[in-house]
Design a protein. Sequence first.
Length: 109
Amino acid sequence: MTNAELLATLKQWQDAMQECDTRLDELAALTGPIVESPLGDAIYRLMGCYTDATADLIGWDESTLTSWWCEHNFGERPMKIGFCGEPMQSIDTIDALAKFIAEDLRRSP
């Protein structure tokens, strides 16, 4: 996968995930919290499966993509990540994450 394809794949994933989050927020505004409901559980499972599939497609770590989504809200709260023996990097955009992933994949045997 080229760097451009990697970035396009990650952007498509992130855009879809953010759209889903927005629609869930809109639904919750109308109906009340849905996080711990059968519908909310099903939607979040689907989002998790999409994240798994994206990680598989790019050949990278699902748990870091999940962290980018759940803990860092797609860069709203920057992620600190780095390579062994090197300074940590602050990642706050999907472009920066894609560059890090591309470099990590390049370095992998």
